[in-house]
Design a protein around this ligand. Structure first.
Ligand code: ATP
Ligand code: MG
Length: 580
């Protein structure tokens, strides 16, 4: 069976506890091949936390030669917006994964129903008439055992009859539930006769009005895994306490041993491959300076505090993708975070650092000026134009070279000039020199000001002996600044994004404040910048390092070469660490 193990590669062998379990299960022959699933509820957009689950579910399957299903967990007859479903599929593909089979929990409603009839016949489920409130009362607490429902001893015949009538739509919402008959004394609250089915006369997006009853999550999830032949069902830690119920459902229904329960799959054209899955929990991904619950993200969208689910400040995958996060940066982050059984709040610098490292290695360099100040090189002809050769990436020759136009009038960053330089200032000052990146050394002779005393233009002299290829090209000056040619540069809208929240823990409700009170008012600033022509020619979603400024991406939706739009993905360094 060890032939199932993946071929040796140069990649480091990951030895986290989940992969260790998978390895052992393949080596022992427990499974000939592994199968996983990613089961999002299509009630919102996926976020960075889901990226971790996706990387594990799909990544581990691929690593060990197995497959992974995408299952839309639509057991709630709520609006499964096709918009969400589309975005979920887009996100999974963007991360570089593809599903073996696309499933819906609702594909299995017929099986769930038969499974519950079987439980009733086996004396393991009963129809209960207690109201929700009474059920809560009977359930007991963490320190007190629960009490049996007065309906627990109903006969199999009566239970079957009532369940069939529930299914036929004879009773109003909430009138009855089907409950598992497990143990009201159990120390694990999840085992105190949990509900398996509830009555809800609501149309379902996929099954219409076919079902007036809907399965509860724990049963549906466990049996869904079994139906699909999932071998390793990976989920987050909050389900650890549910695992006994998960196993109870799988074992007591025993789909593998009762293929007749799988009959309804035939009408859906689905294979009957049931097996016994194993649930394994791992810690949720949480970062400071973010909120990640769908409910809160939904509130940001509906209250128009952001521009939508794909606002580049949102932690949704659609948002951070638009921000300029790459799939490889997210995978790198997941890799660095690792897998554990300990929930923790991670520092956002881990996420931002992964993006910086990924873009530093891969993003081509460009020059752009965000806050332009005019420089006139008085000793060049007005018509002077030349093309200067620049490498696209200092550490990656394969990225080749490009030409940048250079002329008499340039834009430099306003902050790269100081009339009264603070101590240690290494850039341009009146009478001082600075190197223009790749073009030569200039001296500032005069600062021209407007009526308010604001500098509007710098008159400078280019040292012709310091130009590339000239004898004085290596002459030392303290600073090097970037620039673009005023005549050739393209005006671009640049959206300077920053963290959406200004405090590390926006979720804490101290002082009666909510997360909305902690929004960073400076999380977006829009400026008109000048970019070198080659940057304007970018394709949407192409990432760059704008030298000395940070990493930027051509906006996925709004960027056009004749009207460029760039989003700042992340600054070059962690400026928040310095603030703190
Ligand atoms: P939220 O609480 O943000 O709404 P959820 O858990 O309800 O998320 P689901 O759509 O049910 O979202 O999740 C699909 C899968 O993604 C589940 O297996 C879940 O455990 C996993 N997942 C969700 N959030 C995270 C997270 N922060 N870190 C890791 N995995 C997560
Ligand atoms: Mg959920």
């Amino acid at each position: 069976m060890s032939s199932q193990l993946p071929e040796a590669t140069d990649a480091p062998v990951r030895t986290d506890f989940i992969r260790q379990i998978v390895r052992e299960d393949l080596a022992s022959g427990k499974h000939g091949a592994i199968k996983t699933r990613f089961p999002p509820e299509p009630n919102g957009y996926l976020h960075i936390g889901h990226a971790k689950a996706i990387c594990l579910d799909f990544g581990i399957a691929a690593e060990f030669g197995g497959v992974c299903n995408l299952r839309l967990d639509d057991t709630n007859p709520a609006r499964e917006d096709p918009e969400y479903v589309r975005a979920i599929q887009d996100d999974v593909r963007w991360l570089g994964f593809d599903w073996h089979s696309l499933r819906h929990a609702s594909d299995y409603f017929g099986v769930y129903y038969l499974a519950c009839e079987k439980l009733i016949k086996d004396g393991k489920a009963f129809v209960c008439d207690l109201s929700q409130e009474q059920v809560r009362e009977y359930r007991g607490t963490l320190t007190e055992p629960g009490r049996n429902s007065p309906f627990r001893e109903r006969s199999v015949e009566e239970n079957l009859d009532l369940f069939r009538r529930m299914r036929a739509g004879e009773f109003p919402d909430g009138a009855r539930t089907l409950r598992a008959r497990i143990d009201m004394q159990s120390g694990n609250m999840n085992l105190r006769d949990p509900a398996l089915y509830r009555i809800k006369h609501v149309e379902h997006q996929n099954t219409g009005s076919e079902w007036p009853i809907y399965p509860m999550y724990d049963m549906a999830h466990a049996l869904g895994d079994a139906i699909e032949g999932i071998t390793h069902s990976l989920c987050t830690l909050e389900f650890e306490d549910h695992r006994p119920l998960y196993d109870w459902c799988v074992d007591n229904v025993d789909l593998a041993g009762h293929p007749e329960l799988l009959e309804p799959l035939a009408t859906k054209g689905l294979p009957k491959e049931a097996a016994k899955p194993r649930q394994i929990e791992f810690s949720r991904l949480n970062f400071n300076y973010l909120v990640m619950s769908k409910r809160k993200l939904m509130q940001l969208v509906t209250d128009k505090l952001v521009d939508g689910w794909d606002d580049p400040r949102m932690p949704t995958l659609q948002g951070i993708r638009r921000r300029g996060y790459t799939a490889s940066a997210l995978k790198l982050m997941v890799e660095r975070v690792g897998i554990s059984k300990q929930n923790s709040l991670l520092d956002i610098s881990i996420l931002e650092g992964a993006l910086r490292d990924d873009l530093d290695a891969h993003a081509p360099r460009r020059m752009a000026v965000l806050d332009p100040l005019k420089v006139v090189l008085a000793n060049l002809d007005a018509a002077h134009t030349e093309m200067l050769r620049f490498s696209n990436h200092p550490k990656d020759e394969a990225q080749g070279m490009r030409d940048i136009p250079f002329g008499r009038e340039l834009w430099i960053e306003r902050e790269d000039f100081e009339e009264v330089p603070p101590k240690g200032f290494k850039r341009l000052t009146l009478g001082g020199e600075v190197r223009l990146r790749g073009a030569g050394i200039i001296r500032c002779d005069e600062a021209i000001k407007d009526a308010d005393g604001r500098v509007t233009e710098l008159r400078c002299t280019l040292d012709l002996e310091s130009r590339p290829g000239m004898e004085g090209a290596n002459r030392k000056v303290k600073g090097t600044i970037h620039w673009v040619s005023a005549r050739h540069a393209v005006a671009a809208e640049v959206r300077l994004y920053d963290r959406l929240f200004r405090v590390p823990d926006p979720d804490s409700d101290a002082d009666g404040k909510t997360f909305v009170d902690h929004l960073n008012p400076d999380s977006r600033k829009v400026v008109t910048a000048y970019v070198e022509p080659e940057a304007a020619r970018a394709a949407p979603e192409q990432s760059f390092q704008f030298e000395r400024l940070g990493y930027f991406v051509a906006d996925r939706y709004d960027h056009r070469p004749d009207a460029p739009v760039f989003n700042r993905s992340v600054s070059l360094r962690d400026t928040w660490a310095q603030k703190g």
